[in-house]
Design a protein around this ligand. Structure first.
Ligand code: E4P
Length: 219
């Protein structure tokens, strides 16, 4: 299972990368805005700065919603660095754009996916990654994890090459459940990754070991 961090914050990306478990980064226009990044040149420079931290797979989202616009924008994003994956929304022109980029050998991440039908379309078009949003479904009383399970089952049944990238992951249990279900990738905030570290028995056990060691050493 791959871990992507879902942020445009360079310090958080560096911290996750330094932990040695990071496989990529996802961003979206809201996350870029949160970092105060705006204007084409600044946005591109920020994506380049992210690419310089990690080894591969940095999702950069298009703003255009028409086919021509997405193609133009996606090509410009892909030129920033070989690590860029062009993130395309699950809309009609988005499906066409995914098909186009697939034929050009440019990797895509189909975003804003909320149903199995959308997942089938994206896979048929040749998306590299598919991002179903777990937390946003949970927010409106649908079961986000159930959707991940359904899509993993469909993709395995038909041998689709598209990787299931579970997104909108809000807490560590979402991540663990995705691992049980067999999602290929999880993208989440840093706190979800570091949350996996935590266990009170680890903390108390370590405190005891260190205290016993100090006692034996006569300290
Ligand atoms: C996916 O790539 C999105 O950036 C992200 O996971 C959305 O998460 P949110 O619903 O917590 O905003």
């Amino acid at each position: 299972m791959k871990f992507f961090i879902d942020t445009a914050n360079l310090d958080e990306i560096k911290e996750a990368y330094d932990l040695g478990v990071l496989d990529g980064v996802t961003t979206n226009p809201s996350l870029m805005a949160k970092e105060g990044i705006s204007g084409d040149a600044n946005v591109r420079a920020h994506y380049k700065a992210i690419c310089d931290i990690v080894d591969d797979k940095v999702s950069a989202e298009v703003i255009s919603t028409d086919f021509e616009g997405m193609i133009k924008e996606g090509k410009e994003l892909a030129k920033i660095d070989d690590k860029i994956v062009v993130k395309i929304p699950m809309i009609k022109d988005g499906v066409k754009a995914i098909k186009y980029f697939n034929s050009e050998g440019i990797r895509t991440n189909c975003t804003l996916v909320f149903s199995a039908g959308q997942a089938i379309l994206a896979a048929k078009a040749g998306a590299t990654y598919l991002s179903p949003f777990i937390g946003r479904l949970d927010d409106i009383s649908y079961d986000g994890l159930e959707l991940i399970e359904q899509i993993v089952h469909i993709y395995h049944t038909y041998g689709f090459g598209t990787e299931v990238l579970a997104a909108s992951v809000r807490h560590s249990m979402h991540l663990i459940k995705c691992a049980e279900i067999g999602a290929d990738v999880v993208t989440c905030p840093l706190k979800v990754i570091t949350g996996l570290l935590k266990h009170p028995l680890t903390d108390s056990g370590l405190a005891t070991f260190l205290a016993d060691h100090a006692k034996a050493a006569g300290k």
